[in-house]
Design a protein around this ligand. Structure first.
Ligand SMILES: NC(=O)c1ccc[n+]([C@@H]2O[C@H](COP(=O)([O-])OP(=O)(O)OC[C@H]3O[C@@H](n4cnc5c(N)ncnc54)[C@H](OP(=O)(O)O)[C@@H]3O)[C@@H](O)[C@H]2O)c1
Length: 223
């Protein structure tokens, strides 16, 4: 069966990705910031291995890649992220900026570099990055959320670059938007629907779609 590695499986979309892939018979490497508190992830039925990974810790990403060096990874799924709560203009918290960039942008880039051989060795060869339409410069009509928007816009730039650089190795690279998923109060899209939609996009996309930005409902989003 195919293998998927998912980051940020402590809560939210990450847990649901792990649950759905495990239910479909995938081998799942579910990485958590703190496996000791990730009770929902431990409770998932199926071939799920819970592993510790702080995506902001670049040495830890290398160490995990070494630990899994004999494992082909069909889908590398960068899901961990933060920055939902962001101060408005003139109240910027620059410590928070650095933290958001470390987790949402620099960690995912390092993940791609550390795991490229694992993905290249697999039959499916997919890297998928959970971005956000908040990272679309074209769709920014409301301002604010500077750190979060910048981190996801940067992630989108990384996706585009990886798609070009990894095309000769037949690796498909995608940016995904989950919709406003109900891991947040007031949100509209059920978590299972959001994840099922993103999984369908991952499943259907091939070399013609590499370097594209898709919402969970298969809408192509502008950068
Ligand atoms: N929900 C939405 O509407 C929405 C919309 C657009 C994009 N997204 C994106 O979707 C992804 C998943 O978000 P979510 O809605 O499921 O929110 P979430 O429940 O907060 O999930 C994010 C996960 O990332 C983990 N995380 C935070 N810092 C980490 C680190 N340094 N290393 C590893 N994991 C870390 C969090 O762990 P802790 O819980 O322990 O902090 C959490 O489990 C994120 O990239 C987010 O930006 C979500």
């Amino acid at each position: 069966m195919p293998t998927v590695l998912i980051t940020g499986c402590d809560t939210g979309l990450g847990v649901e990705f792990a649950r759905q892939y495990a239910a479909d018979g995938y081998r799942v490497f579910a990485t958590c910031l703190d496996p000791d508190t990730a009770h929902a992830t431990h409770a998932i039925q199926g071939d799920v291995r819970v592993l510790k990974l702080d995506i902001a810790d670049l040495a830890a990403i290398d160490a995990l890649a070494r630990e899994l060096r004999s494992e082909p990874i069909d889908i590398l799924l960068s899901n961990a992220g933060l920055g939902k709560h962001h101060p408005p203009f003139a109240k910027t918290d620059y410590g928070q900026w650095h933290r958001i960039l470390d987790v949402n942008l620099i960690g995912p880039m390092k993940l791609a570099e550390a795991f490229v051989e694992h993905v290249a060795a697999s039959p499916m060869k997919v890297m998928a990055f959970v971005s956000s339409r908040m990272g679309s410069i074209a769709l920014n009509l409301t301002g604010g959320s500077y750190a979060y928007r910048a981190s996801k816009a940067g992630l989108n730039a990384v996706v585009k670059g990886l798609a070009i650089d990894l095309q000769p190795r037949h690796i498909v690279v995608l940016a995904l938007h989950p919709g406003w998923a109900k891991t947040e109060p007031g949100a509209r899209v059920d978590v299972d629907r959001s994840v099922a939609g993103m999984r369908a996009v991952i499943q259907r996309c091939g070399r013609h779609e590499t370097g594209c930005f898709f919402a969970f409902n298969d809408t192509l989003l502008p950068w």
